[in-house]
Design a protein around this ligand. Sequence first.
Ligand code: F6R
Length: 242
Amino acid sequence: MNVIKVKDYDEMSEKATEFMVDRINSLENPVLGLATGSTPEGLYQRIIEKHQQNEISFENVTTFNLDEYVGLEQNDPNSYYYFMNEKLFRHVDIAIDRVHIPNGAATDLKKECMEHERAIEQVGGIDVQVLGIGGNGHIGFNEPGTSFTSKTHIVDLDESTIQANARFFNSIEEVPTQAVSMGIETIMNSKEILLLVSGEAKADAMAKLLNGEVTEDFPASILKKHENVTVIVDEAALSGVE
Ligand code: F6R
């Protein structure tokens, strides 16, 4: 893993933007894997600015999101569909039929999972996958114990994940307990991975990632086996690393 150390969240977002602008401009038909959550918000904001300054276009870009909550309709303000639309898609020139986010409200969720995999394969795989990391080491919503050979699947969210994400909901009872998530193998099949990590809440996870072994008990550890991973991490997130 190529680890780039930065000062803080803003510098992480700046560096991530440079990285993504370079890939969007150099790939002919970029296929991007995208994450939600707080971590990539600064990146998406800056990408919108680059688009407004005519430095990038999404005309030829196809996107696949990592995950979606089970049971939330696309127009639910807590759905990841809504998040992506608000934070990125409606501000750029992307064709909506090139946007792929699993539908967590689908009646046949297994079919929805298979469709997500099939659509990724059909475009020849993901060129660059953006990831955040959970405090428990999850990537996508692949919680500790998930098989490294998993493909897009329905997952039960960890209690710690439900608690961490409760900040976006009115009450913890409203947080969905399940999600559809790309699997670990789906993520590992991406040609390149960009992992963004910021803040003290991620310090333990970062220490485990850098110093620990590769184990299904800590899903992000598998990234050490991928040949093209860039980690952009700030000082606070590195505070647990000796
Ligand atoms: C989001 C996702 C999750 C988040 C992780 C970190 O699509 O797949 O793995 O990246 O939970 O979330 P934040 O960035 O909110 O700390």
